[in-house]
Ligand binder design. Structure first.
Ligand code: SAH
Length: 253
């Protein structure tokens, strides 16, 4: 049988957020290459018969450079193996899926991309924050706080657009600067922000604050990566919706 690479989105952490397709392909894999964002409970689903290779990718301490990962994927597929490249969230959202595919195309290796639940969708749902809402946000924008060259230069004017929810991936390190830039470009200091740490896992923590004081809250609570920032009026719905669900629970008892 010819080898093939499956670029699979494993979702943000909860194994039940894997798609049926991801689950099936994982069970059939000969080789699985996974990175740091793939949760322990998903790694536990890698069959014992498969060769499981950790390829790292903590910010600025890559355990295997991207070029070596690409080469390894091609080499394993050319040995006739069913290779799963397991990624956190969705492979095409800040997941370098495009870069890995380019190399596979050049090498003539067949592949398939399996979408996953991206952190924005998973964290928002598990934190009780609707990313859009007809009264508060007609659009949602995903940005990364960490560019390839390490800078955080973002189109600030566009990010303070009204009725827009902003989701920042990899935004923890540059948070102090991001908050200042957003306010400098017109975001009101009282704009609600949520930070979701280790979203959808049993260790999930959610903190809410305003854009003016979110960085202090993050520091005071030792918030660590992976964490996602959700900025916008929709964040306020969290308290209302949480109150509602608690209230309805009480009524049921
Ligand atoms: N491809 C991934 C994103 C990779 S970039 C996806 O679609 O979700 C890595 C960033 O994603 C992290 O720095 C963090 O901002 C976010 N992230 C991924 N998993 C997360 C989780 N379980 N909780 C909070 N943020 C998460």
């Amino acid at each position: 049988m010819a080898g093939k690479v499956y670029l699979i989105g494993g979702g943000p952490g909860d194994p039940e957020l894997l798609t049926l397709k991801a689950h099936r392909l994982l069970a059939q894999a000969d080789v699985v290459l996974y990175d740091r964002l793939v949760g322990d409970r998903i790694i536990a689903l890698i069959p014992p018969t498969a060769e499981a290779l950790y390829v790292g990718k903590a910010r600025s301490k890559h355990s295997l450079p991207q070029a070596d990962i690409n080469t390894l994927l091609c080499a394993k597929a050319k040995e006739g193996k069913q290779v799963v490249r397991l990624k956190g969230g969705d492979p095409f959202i800040f997941g370098r899926g495009g870069e890995e595919i380019e190399e596979l195309v050049e090498a003539g290796v067949s592949f398939e991309v399996v979408p996953g639940v991206t952190a924005a969708a998973g964290c928002a749902a598990y934190a009780g924050i609707p990313l859009t809402h007809r009264d508060y946000a007609q659009s949602v924008r995903f940005v990364t706080g960490h560019l390839k060259d390490g800078s955080t230069d973002l189109p600030w004017e566009e990010l303070v657009y009204p009725a827009q929810t902003l989701v920042i991936y990899m935004g923890l390190t540059g948070l102090a600067e991001t908050a200042i830039k957003l306010m400098e470009h017109g975001m009101r200091a009282t704009m609600p922000v949520a930070v979701v740490e280790k979203g959808t896992t049993p260790e999930q923590r959610v903190f809410t604050a305003t854009i003016a004081d979110i960085n202090d809250v993050v520091l005071a609570n030792n918030v660590v990566s992976p964490s996602l920032l959700i900025i916008g009026d929709v964040v306020e719905l969290r308290d209302r919706l949480a109150w509602f669900s608690k209230e309805s629970l009480v009524k049921k008892v």
